[in-house]
Design a binder for this molecule. Structure first.
Ligand code: NDP
Length: 257
């Protein structure tokens, strides 16, 4: 067993720009020799992925649109992947969304619409993607998603996204229970706060980063590379005995009281 992903194909969902956690995952997998397929949500993201993926050496990557709010879009996307590559060995799901106005103030004011939107994109999408991806993993595989400590405990301003992450973490457990018999593993990485486009939506993000630097055991914030290398481990056979797990890549912050 090695970290080499030579000859293996992975779908990476959620690269928006060079700061995206998914781009950290892409770089780690690429270094390990994996073939990558990128999916994006918004039309305008395509250009950014074309530019970024062209910086990776080797064959150009397949890039497809996959708006996870639409069942047909997910089905079509994975049908196209099947047509182009046959089988895949795993998926990195790095997708979430909540309305900015609901990542501020009190959680109790969350609207029904905002609640459902956050859960739809940030949790249900994993269920729908796992169902579609399963058909492309007849030899087994590994699925990794991104969560945050706000799903386990109350974090300032994280609000509805915290509730959606709690749902996502339970989603990981139920999916891993279902898909284990097909040798498909499902795990989460609970990443420490990283300055990305999505993080801009969380009010007072700077003070969250500062707190990590002061209080986390490693006294530094998390990098996309650290998350990428853990995703590499979870997507490789090195982690073959691990499923339904949530690994914290957060400089150890989650152990602090
Ligand atoms: P990014 O903004 O870079 O990535 C979020 C991605 O979600 C974008 O690529 C976006 O694509 C995609 N997305 C949103 N809505 C949809 C949709 N309807 N269909 C398809 N894709 C969609 O931020 P991050 O890298 O920070 O976020 C990645 C994951 O990591 C998220 O799950 C986030 O909650 C999690 N996380 C982030 C932390 C942080 O501090 N940054 C900490 C812990 C976890 P597009 O713009 O094309 O729609």
């Amino acid at each position: 067993m090695t970290f080499s992903l030579e000859g293996k194909t992975f779908v990476i969902m959620g690269v928006a720009n060079k700061r995206s956690i998914a781009w950290g995952v892409a770089r780690s997998l690429h270094k390990a020799g994996a073939k990558l397929i990128f999916t994006y949500g918004k039309d305008r993201t395509e250009k950014s992925i074309i530019e970024l993926s062209s910086t990776l050496d080797g064959e150009p990557s397949i890039i497809l649109q996959c708006d996870v709010t639409k069942d047909e879009a997910i089905e079509e996307c994975f049908a196209t992947i099947k047509e182009k590559v046959g089988i895949i060995h795993g998926v990195a799901h790095s997708v979430a969304f909540a309305n900015k106005e609901e990542l501020d103030g009190e959680f109790v004011n969350t609207s029904r619409e905002g609640f459902l939107l956050a859960h739809n994109i940030s949790s249900f999408s994993l269920t729908a993607v796992a169902k579609a991806a399963k058909e492309l993993m007849p030899e087994g595989g590994s699925i990794v998603t991104m969560t945050y400590l706000g799903g386990e405990r109350v974090m300032p301003n994280y609000n509805v996204m915290g509730v959606a992450k709690a749902s996502l973490e339970a989603n990981v457990r139920y999916l891993s229970s279902d898909l284990g018999k097909d040798n498909i593993r499902v795990n989460a990485i609970s990443a420490g706060p990283i300055r990305t486009l999505s993080a801009k939506g969380v009010r007072d993000f700077n003070s969250i980063l500062k707190k990590i630097e002061e209080e986390a055991p490693l006294r530094r914030t998390t990098t996309p590379e650290e998350v990428g290398d853990t995703a590499l481990f979870l997507l490789s056979d090195m982690s073959r005995g691990i499923t339904g797990e949530n690994i914290h890549v957060d400089s150890g912050y989650h152990i602090m009281g």
